[in-house]
Design a protein. Structure first.
Ligand SMILES: [Zn+2]
Ligand SMILES: [Zn+2]
Ligand SMILES: [Zn+2]
Ligand SMILES: [Zn+2]
Lengths: 146, 146
DNA sequence: AAATTATTTGTCATATTTTAACGATAAGTT
DNA sequence: AACTTATCGTTAAAATATGACAAATAATTT
């Protein structure tokens, strides 16, 4: 828990309350851990951190919390990293786009209208009904360049 | 090996030869297995199939072959499925887009210029230098509707 | 051709990531 | 309170992926 994640947790509490979602203790703890990480964190890394707060937690605790948080839209899973990041905005979205810096490990979530439209156009043309999608863009962030 | 994968393997052989890449026996076998699957196949599924062709193969054999094939651009990894598909075209590309049907399990690789441009615009605006990216679009394919 | 070097392979084992199952606990309902 | 549903803690075990190293193969050099 820190200055950065406390406001986020306040927001998350209200966000969940407004939707009938239960932000229980383990869920809130894991959310705090993901927020505080500030970059992608794996389930086992989160488990290790959680172990500093509660006694000897087990993997299912973290995985269940992450599943819940994902469904709630509070965290995203970066598939290409097997890791999780907090959603950068308090918005429902079934799709997400990430700029993943392979040098420093940071991930920036972006919202690109044109990207959204391009995917909509493509799926429509193919007669495909899109549920959710994600674009994971690997490369080098601004800071990490000469 | 079948009527579908044989021409693909011929192409792959020429493709690799032209680039100084060595399409060795285990690599060609694994490629054949992925092509023949016709839909995403996991490393361990491929390992099981390979076990019908050679005696008691081990995971590293398949993983190494898949790594090579990926680097060569002959197969893609679908991160959200932990599975692999053959590249639908004989083209170099550092990026790919997939329409993944969650009902029938098929995956269609598409090439969308607008999507490519949208990602280029976004990364440029953020000062991000993009290496490779992939968009994995989950949903329901044309066949699986109504 | 022989020696050298680099790449690839087979094999052992292990590490990492994720899930199933199930009884206990807590929350929401009638 | 009695009932139903959701969540939790715990014990495994399944599924996914990699490290290490010697043997074999292929490419390169002498
Ligand atoms: Zn988000
Ligand atoms: Zn960076
Ligand atoms: Zn492709
Ligand atoms: Zn389908």
């Amino acid at each position: 828990m820190c200055g950065k994640c406390s406001p986020y947790l306040d927001f998350a509490a209200a966000y969940c309350a407004g939707r009938g979602l239960r932000l229980t203790a383990p869920r809130a703890q894991v959310l705090g851990i993901v927020v505080e990480a500030g970059k992608p964190i794996t389930a086992y890394e989160a488990l290790a951190v959680l172990g500093q707060q509660v006694k000897n937690p087990k993997p299912p605790t973290v995985y269940r919390a992450l599943d819940f948080l994902q469904q709630a839209g509070l965290v995203h899973r970066i598939e290409s990293l097997n890791a999780y990041v907090a959603c950068h905005g308090g918005h429902d979205h079934h799709s997400s786009q990430f700029l993943i810096c392979d040098d420093c490990g940071t991930v920036q979530e972006v919202e690109s209208g044109p990207l959204d439209k391009a995917i909509g156009d493509t799926t429509e043309k193919m007669g495909f009904v899109s549920g959710h999608w994600s674009a994971e863009i690997h490369g080098s962030c601004k800071k990490c360049q000469g």
